[in-house]
Design a protein around this ligand. Structure first.
Ligand SMILES: *Cc1c(COP(=O)(O)O)cnc(C)c1O
Length: 216
């Protein structure tokens, strides 16, 4: 697949966002060599994990409620959307229950829009100043830029997140070789995100076509 080749060459991981897509569509991307898929609902993630090959790496990219962590904890590859200390504690608890270490990203609010989830820097620092939790490994940051035609605006949001990544790395993860991930960029803005330092893009509609329900 052309897009995957281009991203591989730049050492950017392509996560195919398969929310709302049927099993058959996901299977055909799997046949083309995609192994990383992203979902934003715990239940949908679980039923797709059941139905599809077990070497798929499942990414959770949506807002995660604490009471849903237990469903995805046995198999999830990376949770992109940690936005509170309480959620991280629950992930730790479930990880220990399943004898795993769960990799997570801290989600930041970088967009202009009020509606998007994610922490402000101060909240993240509070979380990072807590004693480290067993069973979870913080591997980087995630953010969604504004839905905007204003390239300068979007670029400055991505740059802001990239800078924050390096600040956190220096202050909290200087000896943590796993703290490497900048998850930013979607169908409409992934090229800009990569220019600004992204090394993981989450792409849905560009791969699958427009979702019929745009709100999901
Ligand atoms: C839906 C979604 C995407 C993919 O969006 P597209 O515009 O279809 O590429 C990426 N990230 C998150 C968090 C999403 O919810």
């Amino acid at each position: 697949m052309e897009l995957k080749k281009r991203l591989d060459a730049q050492q950017v991981l392509l996560v195919a966002v398969s929310k709302t897509q049927p099993i058959e569509r996901i299977s055909s991307l799997y046949e083309e060599g995609i192994r990383d898929f992203g979902e934003n609902k715990a239940q949908e993630l679980c039923s797709k994990h059941e139905a599809l090959p077990k070497d798929i790496r499942w990414h959770f990219i949506g807002h995660l409620q604490k009471n849903k962590v237990k469903y995805i904890a046995p198999f999830v590859h990376l949770i992109h959307s940690v936005d509170s200390w309480e959620l991280l504690q629950e992930i730790s608890k479930q990880a220990l229950k399943y004898h795993r270490t769960i990799d997570v990203l801290l989600q930041f609010h970088i967009a202009e829009e009020e509606t998007k989830f994610g922490m402000e820097k101060e909240e993240a620092l509070e979380l990072l100043n807590q004693p480290p939790l067993p069973g979870v490994r913080i591997c980087g940051v995630m953010g969604m830029a504004s839905f905007s035609e204003n390239t300068k605006q979007v670029k400055s949001e991505f740059e802001q997140l990239n800078t924050l990544f390096y600040q956190l790395k220096e202050a909290y993860f200087p000896n943590a070789p796993w703290f490497t991930i900048r998850s930013m960029g979607m169908s409409g803005d992934w090229e800009l995100a990569v220019e600004c330092g992204s090394n993981l893009v989450r792409i849905g509609s560009l791969l699958f076509g427009e979702r019929t329900n745009k709100t999901k």
